[in-house]
Design a binder for this molecule. Structure first.
Ligand SMILES: Nc1ncnc2c1ncn2[C@@H]1O[C@H](COP(=O)(O)OP(=O)(O)OP(=O)(O)O)[C@@H](O)[C@H]1O
Ligand SMILES: [Mg+2]
Length: 256
């Protein structure tokens, strides 16, 4: 079975793209084929994957055109390290796509339709969504089998997550998604154990979610390394070894 995982949250900077990238790389290491889809006009995945900005015809925008013939615009990610991760890039052109989706008779279903008509063989497809719950995340909702929700441990983000759940229940029903995609859980992100509010919310969140039968994963800690790695277009897995290597080299005699 192909898993199509939508990474959604209605808070900017909650770690959607970071989570998408790291899940993709971790699963590739475990020999799964992964396709990363950038549904965000910001196109952050391009940066986080160390790629050049694409031409519009090399993006998801081209896939969502009525004349799409099944030639998926996929580019290999981190090709020096793995042959198992492809990306369908996003970017500014998706703002126009979003407008067109609203007018299209099957707007919300278009991505799902493309994947039905022209199936991809990847084991996992990850949809990295923009923070605003507009037509693009709605299309991801209709196309995905599972949802994961990164959330920062800040009151604003937690409140946003409650709205996101309302959005999910309302639209799953409205779009008649049968079955509704499964929420596999919330991922608290950028957790700083030195901050009392973070510690408090990290305790409270699983209890609140449990009442709705939703899982809370362990927290991803706040670390500047994530920012450094994404700036280099690499997942932490690939970025860290070089730091480790540098530290090892420092310890070795100078002549090496
Ligand atoms: N665990 C972490 N620790 C520290 N910084 C992090 C962590 N996770 C993500 N970041 C940084 O926070 C910023 C936002 O992360 P990211 O881009 O993944 O969020 P996003 O939800 O995709 O944002 P947007 O809503 O803009 O798409 C980035 O600069 C990223 O490098
Ligand atoms: Mg993002």
């Amino acid at each position: 079975m192909q898993v199509r995982l939508a990474v959604i949250s209605n808070a900017g900077g909650s770690g959607k793209t970071t989570l998408s990238v790291h899940l993709a790389y971790e699963l590739a290491k475990r020999r799964y084929n992964v396709a990363l889809f950038d549904l965000d006009p910001q196109g952050s995945l391009t940066l986080f994957c160390g790629l050049e900005p694409p031409e519009p015809e090399q993006t998801l925008a081209a896939v969502l055109k009525d004349n799409f013939d099944g030639s998926w615009p996929l580019t290999q990610c981190w090709s020096e390290h793995t042959d198992k991760v492809d990306i369908c890039q996003g970017g500014m052109v998706l703002t126009q796509t979003a407008d067109e989706l609203v007018l299209h008779k099957r707007g919300a279903y278009l991505l799902g339709d493309c994947l039905t008509d022209h199936p991809l063989e990847h084991d996992l497809i990850i949809f990295d969504c923009p923070a605003t719950l507009g037509p693009l995340p709605l299309m991801a909702l209709a196309a995905c089998t599972h949802i994961i929700i990164p959330v920062q441990l800040e009151p604003k983000s937690i409140q946003g997550a409650a709205h996101l759940l309302e959005w999910y229940y309302y639209n799953s029903k409205h779009l008649r998604l049968k079955p509704s995609p499964e929420i596999i859980g919330f991922v608290p992100s950028q957790y700083d154990s030195r901050r009392g509010a973070h510690r408090q919310m990290l305790t409270a969140l699983p209890e609140q979610l449990q009442q709705m039968n939703i899982h809370a994963f362990g927290a991803i800690r706040d670390s500047a390394e994530f920012v450094n790695a994404s700036g280099q277009g690499l997942p932490l897995h690939l970025y860290r070894p070089s730091i480790l290597l540098k530290m090892i080299l420092k310890k070795l005699p100078q002549q090496l």
